[in-house]
Design a protein around this ligand. Structure first.
Ligand SMILES: [Fe+2]
Ligand SMILES: [Fe+2]
Length: 149
């Protein structure tokens, strides 16, 4: 039995983790960079450091998702359902993996941490960018210009 399941489009993002996946929304981008950095760091954490780090990562993702969820609700973002569902699925996976951690099984949480590193860029690319673009358009009437280095 699989202990958790990240949303389905995780495997469709073939590119390696890309920290330059900017959305043009400063708060999203700062959060995404911090979430990716924390996930990468946790992936190689010792067992002693892992459990607290996984709990902190869970809290960080929950905060970030709450910010996006609230913006989608506040601005009545039309295509929010699948975005909300995806956030909820990840948080359920965290809950399940943390329950197993409490039972002494660290491997599912380790596996989930590795999968997050692959899943997050696809989520940003498919859903967060769309939200950032919508919010920018709401604010300015135009589309954000993304500069890449
Ligand atoms: Fe999101
Ligand atoms: Fe996000």
């Amino acid at each position: 039995m699989q202990a958790f399941a990240l949303p389905a489009h995780e495997s469709t993002h073939e590119a390696p983790p890309d920290l330059s996946l900017a959305t043009g929304h400063a708060q999203f981008d700062d959060d995404h960079d911090a979430l990716m950095a924390a996930s990468l760091e946790l992936r190689v954490a010792s067992d002693e450091a892992f459990d607290a780090g996984f709990a902190a990562l869970h809290a960080h993702f929950a905060d970030h998702f709450a910010t996006e969820d609230e913006l989608m609700a506040t601005h009545d973002f039309a295509s929010r359902e699948c975005h909300l569902d995806e956030h909820a699925a990840v948080l359920r996976s965290f809950d399940e993996a943390r329950q197993l951690l409490r039972e002494g099984r660290r491997e599912p949480a380790r596996r989930m941490t590795a999968e997050i590193v692959n899943w997050l860029p696809g989520h940003i690319d498919a859903l967060d960018r769309q939200l950032a673009k919508f919010l920018f358009h709401r604010r300015t009437g135009g589309a954000p210009v993304l500069l890449r280095r």
